[in-house]
Ligand binder design. Structure first.
Ligand code: FEO
Length: 411
């Protein structure tokens, strides 16, 4: 893997991960993911963020470092913006190769270096606003940006090149190949990439959206010429584009019923069905949604991976939750999905629940307890025994219209 030049003193080294492994051990990455590190050169040399021993990442990283003409033993500082092991897992190996490199991070970051890697020496804590002088006029400044996406996170600012190194913030799933800069990708590639960016945000960052807004506010006074995240595209041509995109994603977290919320006026239909009776109801609701002209996405559980369900649910103002009663309670795959929604703080949605039951209902009580923390605005549910008759189907279609109108009205 070659190194890429950001300026005459800043280089990007990246490793593409195409393995069928899961990101964080949970999230599928069929388009892969990149692990980006950066070299900043003054009289001294800093490496910003590392890699994990994942697939061929170490080989790619070593090849890219070699391409800069820098040897491991020339690295003076390893700056760790974030300690999650996708950016630090190779730390022990790195330290053997670069024994003199001092590790630089926030106080919480250094604590994590100690707990994850049992390192005690060569560690430097930096505070918010502190600088590191690399010589030749190259001064790096550290800004704490907690909870993007762990509490210890910071960003590193190189004022000379105008590059902001942001680690997880402004990142995305998707490998890069032999191009890394925003101006090197076609419009079609950017459209595909944006979907992976949203899925990454919904899976990894969405719970911390308030911190995204704070971080953007914190760096708003900087004359940013390049956003250099540690996953995905490096934004040198239009850095505002990815900042604006992240602010839009952050605003989805508020939902339509909260001040300033701006989830898309779309509906995500999440459904499970045992013998097709709930599915008939889903089809009727969708007819109602379509008649009001509201876009919708549809996901069947447990068939679809929750990663994509989360993506559409996160961005949509309205939801349909459709499931049968199963042994006096919720359809188990839907119970699991709702638990993940709770863990990911999918709040502020306008929601319609429907479903059939066999010999007795029972999903209602468990469902209402499950969604209580989510502060959803719930339309009156519609349940029926066995197969839906004509009257029920008409009622469901009207429910779909009612939900669509509520989403359009921002209720
Ligand atoms: Fe890419 Fe939170 O680590």
């Amino acid at each position: 893997m070659k190194a890429h030049t950001i300026s005459d003193s800043v280089y990007c080294l990246h490793a593409d991960i195409t393995a069928s492994d899961l990101f964080e051990g949970i999230w599928p990455i069929p388009q892969g993911v990149s692990l980006n590190s950066y070299i900043v050169k003054g009289e001294k040399i800093a490496l910003i963020d590392l890699i994990r021993d994942w697939g061929s990442a170490p080989t790619q990283f070593e090849d890219a470092l070699k391409d800069t003409g820098i040897n491991f033993d020339q690295v003076d500082y390893l700056i760790l913006n974030h300690l999650e092991p996708d950016h630090t897992g190779w730390l022990r190996e790195f330290r053997q190769k670069s024994p003199k490199a001092e590790i630089v991070s926030t106080s919480k970051g250094i604590n994590l270096v100690k707990s994850f890697y049992k390192a005690e020496d060569g560690l430097r804590v930096v505070k918010d606003g502190e600088t590191l002088d690399l010589g030749k006029g190259k001064i790096l400044t550290f800004r704490e940006t907690p909870n993007i996406h762990w509490p210890e996170t910071m960003v590193t600012w190189d004022s000379e090149s105008g590059t902001l190194f942001t680690c997880d913030a402004f990142g995305s799933y998707g490998i890069l190949g032999d191009r890394i800069f925003d101006d090197q990708f076609s419009q079609a590639e950017h459209i595909a990439y944006e979907k992976e960016c949203l899925r990454y945000y919904a899976n990894i960052v969405s719970s911390f959206s308030a911190f995204v807004e704070k971080a953007v506010e914190k760096v708003s006074g900087l004359d940013i010429k390049c956003i250099a995240p540690s996953h995905g595209i490096v934004w040198r041509s239009d850095p505002k584009k990815i900042i604006t995109r992240y602010l839009k994603y952050a605003s989805y977290a508020k939902g339509p019923s909260n001040p300033g919320g701006s989830a898309e006026k779309e509906i995500a239909v999440i459904w499970g069905s045992m013998y097709g009776n709930t599915k008939q109801g889903v089809d009727a609701v969708i007819r109602g949604i379509v008649s009001e002209g509201v876009p919708y996405s549809i996901h069947r559980v447990p068939d679809e991976n929750v990663s994509w369900v989360l993506m559409d649910v996160y961005k949509s103002a309205g939801l349909v939750i459709a499931m049968p009663t199963y042994e006096y309670a919720m359809f188990p795959p839907m119970a699991n999905i709702l638990d993940i929604f709770r863990r990911k703080h999918i709040t502020g949605k306008t929601v319609l629940r429907i479903g059939s039951w066999g010999w007795v209902g029972g999903a209602k009580k468990e469902y209402e307890a499950a969604i209580e923390p989510l502060k959803w605005t719930s339309l009156e549910s519609l349940e029926w025994a066995g197969a839906p008759g004509e009257d029920v189907l008409k009622g469901l279609e009207e429910k779909g219209r009612e939900l669509a109108r509520a989403v359009l009205a921002g209720k």
